[in-house]
Design a protein around this ligand. Structure first.
Ligand code: HEC
Length: 112
């Protein structure tokens, strides 16, 4: 029993170590710089319960309070085409890695 707990702890430690290795490759996000860049996002994100009406009705996901690495990964996927949404692809095309990190840092600290 005790040995299992130790093994679980060791596995968790490996996950944490590899997660920080991923962070090390990404530019450091600056939430203050991100706050200057959100104008182009707030029209769609950040309105509670908001849905677009054109060209079709769809729900805009809440991005505030999500993990910064998740947000960066999502933005990179739109930019590369792994994620297909047309408006987000257009938005992500214009973002540098630093922009993405800053925006992710900003949104991760927001709760609304
Ligand atoms: C024209 C409206 C619009 C604008 C402007 C916009 N977004 Fe989005 N965003 C969406 C929609 C709609 C989705 C959901 C797309 C999908 O289904 O993949 C989305 C998805 C996302 C996701 C993935 C969320 C998740 O839960 O997986 C992130 C991250 C994101 N947007 C960040 C941004 C950032 C940062 C900006 C500004 C630089 C921005 N968006 C500007 C409409 C918009």
């Amino acid at each position: 029993m005790k040995r299992n707990a130790l093994a679980a702890w060791a596995t968790a430690a490996v996950y944490v170590a590899s997660a920080s290795a991923v962070f090390a490759q990404t530019p450091q996000g600056d939430a203050k710089a991100g706050a200057q860049k959100v104008q182009s996002c707030q029209g769609c994100h950040g309105i509670p319960g908001w849905r677009t009406a054109f060209p079709e009705v769809y729900h805009v996901p809440k991005i505030a309070g999500q993990h910064p690495q998740y947000l960066v990964n999502a933005l990179k996927a739109y930019k590369s085409g792994d994620r297909q949404h047309p408006s987000m692809r257009a938005v992500a095309q214009s973002l540098s890695d630093k922009d993405m990190a800053d925006l992710a840092a900003y949104y991760a600290t927001e709760t609304k």
